[in-house]
Design a protein around this ligand. Structure first.
Ligand code: SAH
Length: 358
């Protein structure tokens, strides 16, 4: 039993069941006992490994993609280079390194990081010794007076979701309550009409479960409005699909799935990203969204194979084997290549970022 489990059980006993989003928020970001505030989440010794932690090629190619998009939009002499949820800072450090020789890019860039956890902010400071980024708690406070070029890898999957189950009358929300043994368990609220799910009545049957990520759509709205008014673009990379379809709420600890209610605050909680909802939020703000593209295809289009071959020339033995395995892991359909997708946002008057189709 964790301290946080005790706090949450007492809270539910006092005020009734909570939404899954409230539960997830507390587990991930509770100021004293939350996962991102207390645990070393990322890497081989942590609970999960992300693409930039697998190989430097990932951040290099994303960096060159951003730099090309910046040049395609006329190389504005002042812009915000933004990462949402930078983790250990590996991706943004690779982006900065890979773009050092792009004429004018560094001189024009102002670095902004959206990061909720102070612990993570410290890791990001160490990864960027020569930079002075501005940190933000949410996307809503990002600059409003310059183009924004945004990257987000495995950010949206960490934002709290709500789940709804359809019955004949409408939707019932999945809530976290207490079972007969006083342990936390899932239950269902009374049916209630949900505006955000009106459009899902056509393609779902009674019994279907869908997920709604209001934090994600709010962040996309804030970014899309800026991209339309100020210029720039955004690249979102994550696991998920075009529709929310079924229960994807999951807990991972030490690279293994665990019960999400067993040790709140000790496991990473995520859900698959509903890219359709992100694209809809962008379109409502007047911004264009690219085709959803598999990560493997995107990285191949950006030239990961020639880059991998170039790096391979300097490697031998186990290092070479690890490098070949990393290339495969990032791109192969049996690994991250097709589970992970890429969505680009861009001004409706411009072309999509390199590697993506309109
Ligand atoms: N992009 C990194 C790390 C992904 S882990 C990589 O690819 O390796 C998710 C990151 O998002 C962490 O840095 C976490 O602290 C941050 N984060 C999680 N929830 C957040 C929220 N609600 N607001 C801002 N940052 C959040």
């Amino acid at each position: 039993m964790t301290k946080l489990a005790d706090i949450l059980r007492r809270q539910i006993a006092a005020t009734g069941p909570m939404t899954l989003a409230q539960y997830m928020s507390a587990c991930l970001l509770h100021p004293e006992h939350g996962y991102y505030t207390t645990q070393d989440a990322l890497g081989v010794d942590g609970d999960f490994t992300t693409a930039p932690e697998i190989s430097q090629m990932f951040g290099e190619l994303i960096g060159l993609c951003v730099a090309q998009a910046w040049m395609d939009q006329g190389a504005p002499d002042r812009f915000a280079l933004i990462e949402l949820g930078p983790g250990r800072g590996t991706l943004i450090a690779d982006v900065v390194r890979a773009t050092a020789n792009v004429p004018g890019f560094h001189a024009a860039a102002n670095l902004h990081l959206v990061e909720a956890s102070d612990r993570m902010r410290k890791l990001q400071t160490s990864a960027l010794p020569a930079q002075q980024p501005d940190w933000h708690d949410t996307a809503e406070t990002l600059p409003e007076d310059m183009p924004i070029f945004v990257i987000a890898n495995e950010f949206f999957d960490a934002l709290p979701i709500r789940q709804f189950q359809r019955d004949k009358k409408g939707w019932r929300e999945v809530v976290v309550g207490l079972g007969p043994d006083d342990q936390m368990q899932r239950g269902l609220s009374d049916p209630a009409p949900i505006d955000a799910l009106q459009h899902r009545l056509d393609d779902t049957e009674p019994g279907a479960l869908v997920e709604v990520n209001a934090h994600a759509t709010a962040a996309v709205d804030a970014l899309a409005r800026r991209i339309m008014a100020q210029g720039g673009m955004a690249l979102f990379l994550d696991y998920g699909g075009w529709h929310s379809d079924g229960d994807t709420f999951q807990a991972v600890r030490a690279h293994r799935p665990v019960d999400p209610f067993a040790e709140p605050g000790r496991a990473d909680l995520t859900a698959h990203v509903d890219f359709e909802a992100l694209a809809r939020a962008a379109l409502i703000a007047g911004c264009a969204a690219s085709q959803l593209t598999n990560q493997g295809v995107f990285l191949e289009r950006l030239g990961i194979t020639p880059r991998a071959q170039g790096l391979a020339k300097g490697l031998r033995g186990p290092e070479l084997e690890a490098h070949v395995a990393a290339h495969r892991r990032l791109t192969h359909p049996d690994e991250m290549g097709s589970l992970f997708k890429v969505l680009g946002l861009y001004p409706s008057t411009e072309s999509p970022p390199p590697g993506l189709d309109p």
